[in-house]
Design a protein around this ligand. Sequence first.
Ligand code: FE
Length: 230
Amino acid sequence: MIFRQLFDNESSTYSYLIASRKGGEALLVDPVLEHVDRYTQLANELELKLVLAVDTHIHADHITGLGKLREKTHCTTAMGAQTQAECVTTYFSDGEYLKLDGIDIQAIYTPGHTDDSYSFVMPNRALTGDTLLIRGTGRTDFQNGDAAAQYDSLFGKLLTLPEETLVYPGHDYNGMTVSTIGEERRYNPRLQVTNRQAYVELMNGLDLDNPRMMDVAVPANRRCGIDQAA
Ligand code: FE
C-alpha cells in the first residue's frame, strides 16, 4: 500500500495520498489548493492515476484543492451527502465504500465538528478528519458544529475501532503525525469525560478565536475552491 501524509504549514493541515500499489488508482483526502501541483507531481513520480479527491468536511482554515485537482486531472471529486458544497461530482453516505482499485476504504459519518464531517476507515488505520485529533478533538462552535453529536461520533463510532488502529488526523498543531485509537482513548484529555453532558460542557467552555481564513475559506470551499467570478 502507498500511503503518504502531506503537510500544509499555513493551516497545519494534513492531506493524504493513498493507493494500493505503484501504477494503481489513487485517492487524495483533504487537498490544499496551494499544493495541487505538489500532489500531482508526487502522483506522477509514483506512477499513480489520481481518480478520486475528497474532503472530510467543508474547511474553515484553508481553501480546498478539490476543484483545481478535478480541472487538472479530471479526477472525480466527492464529499459527504450532508455537505453544502454543491460543486463536487458525487456524494458518499454513511457506511459507503469509496470505489478505488485495490483499496478498501469506508466513509463513516462523524458529525460534530461540522454537520458534514466524515472519517475514512481502512483496515488498521483511520483518517479521522477534524473529529478526532491527536490529544484533541475538532472545535464544535461554528459551521453547525454540535458537541453532543461529536461525542456520539467519537464514543459511538471512532473509539469502537480496534485499539491498535492508527489514527491519522486532519490537522496537528504540535508536530504529532499519527496516533492509535487506544492511545487516544487513554491520553486524549477531551476523551476523559464520563458522559455526553460532560463533553458538551467541556467543548462549550472553550473560548476560541475564529480561524484567520474562515470568512474566505468557507464560501470558497462551497465552490470547491474554484473562483466563479468572471
Ligand atoms: Fe475543520
